[in-house]
Ligand binder design. Structure first.
Ligand code: SF4
Ligand code: F3S
Length: 93
């Protein structure tokens, strides 16, 4: 599965949700998560993120490894998001 990592936190550009064919994205307060159970590894979301927050699970940087479990856990409790919204910050983070 693909994984949303730290650069999304505080940004939530949400460009990623518009290209996902499987409605994998879940919306947390400060960042999005990908449900690993529904992600088909199509890779469409990865280049859409302006802050490069999305990685294939096997390519998640060492310092952000904990996001793999975080995405899986949060996918179970957060609501789906399929429509683009205004970002939290226009400066990235
Ligand atoms: Fe959706 Fe494809 Fe990204 Fe998985 S890799 S979250 S299926 S756009
Ligand atoms: Fe986050 Fe990037 Fe999507 S900032 S909401 S992963 S486009």
């Amino acid at each position: 599965a693909f994984v949303v990592t730290s650069p999304c936190d505080g940004c939530k550009y949400t460009d990623c949700v518009t290209v996902c064919p499987c409605e994998c994205f879940r919306e947390g307060e400060t960042m999005l998560y990908i449900d690993p159970e529904t992600c088909i590894d199509c890779g469409a979301c990865e280049p859409e993120c302006p802050v490069e927050a999305i990685f294939p699970e096997e390519d998640v940087p060492e310092k952000w490894q904990h996001y793999i479990e975080l995405n899986a856990a949060m996918a179970l409790e957060k609501p789906p998001i399929v429509v683009k919204k205004a970002p939290l910050s226009s400066e990235g983070g």
